[in-house]
Ligand binder design. Structure first.
Ligand code: ADP
Ligand code: MG
Length: 262
């Protein structure tokens, strides 16, 4: 179902309790079912805030989110988040972490054990279910985070810089695996990233954000052929890809130049 972001504005109260920081100003956007959309933009332009509003974790100061016409009023299991910092429970195994949201939903133990087999296999962790987070590499921890999100059977995946903490080679591998996974069931994905190449490679659409206040400054369709994971080198070296990357970099630089000195 379509995600409708309607005239969303959001302000955070300042520490003094009097001032007010405008994080997002009048953002509207419609995300079609089954598309892969990236949010790209400088830090502090409200990407995480908007993702959390879509998830229902934050109630916006103004505006609303509608999914399939229904107004979002809180989190729901059809929307799952994946975080940059993994957010795993250190005292639980990989399997225990993937089971956690199901446990919160009151799914019985036997059922949970059966359900988590598939998401663990989808992220190639079937042999690591009994490992604790400290025994896993960064890439594997992020796979657990992804499996945990997939485990609840969501229609919408909300990913906040999921590969931001990974080293460049692992990051590329994870991008390919995500593309493979996405091709197999075409969920709606909203993916926040700082990387222009990552956004172009993965997305059907790149939404560029600007700051002060956070708002959308461009909405670009990425019309590269799919699947993209079979011969990713051919995609990444194609003239089309390079053109998209250059165009988006130019837009991004304009946003960075308009920011206060960093
Ligand atoms: P992004 O993800 O694009 O980097 P965020 O949505 O995290 O941006 O933040 C947007 C702005 O709102 C930033 O200036 C940030 O400092 C501010 N902000 C985010 N969360 C809070 C909060 N809980 N309280 C106050 N200000 C916040
Ligand atoms: Mg963020």
């Amino acid at each position: 179902m379509t995600i409708e972001v309607r005239n969303i504005s959001h302000g955070y109260p300042g520490r003094d309790g009097v001032s007010y920081f405008q994080a997002l100003s009048d953002v509207s956007l419609s995300i079609d079912s089954g598309t892969f959309v990236s949010f790209l933009g400088p830090s502090g332009c409200g990407k995480t805030t908007l993702l959390r509003i879509i998830n229902g974790l934050i109630t916006p100061t103004a505006g609303e989110i509608r999914i399939g016409g229904e107004r979002v009023s809180g989190p729901k299991s059809d929307r799952a988040m994946v975080f940059q910092e993994f957010n795993l429970l250190p005292w639980r195994t990989a399997r225990g972490n993937v089971e956690f949201p199901l446990e919160m939903q009151g799914v019985p133990k036997a059922e949970r054990e059966r359900v988590v087999t598939r998401p663990l296999a989808q992220v190639s962790l079937e042999k690591f279910g009994d490992f604790y987070p400290h025994q896993l590499s960064g890439g594997m921890k992020q796979r657990v985070g992804l499996a945990r999100a997939l485990g609840v059977g969501p229609a919408y995946l909300l990913m906040d810089e999921p590969f931001g903490a990974l080293d460049p080679q692992i990051r590329e591998m994870m991008q390919l695996e995500l593309m493979k996974l996405w091709d197999s069931d075409r969920k709606t994905v909203v993916f926040v990233t700082h990387s222009v190449d990552e956004a172009v490679f993965l997305s059907d659409r790149v939404i560029m954000f600007g700051t002060s206040p956070g708002r959308i400054v461009a909405d670009l369709t990425i019309d590269l052929p799919r699947p993209r994971w079979v011969d990713d080198e051919a995609i990444k070296t194609s003239p089309q890809f390079i053109q998209y990357r250059n165009d988006i970099w130019r837009l991004l630089k304009r946003q960075l130049n308009s920011m206060p000195a960093i």
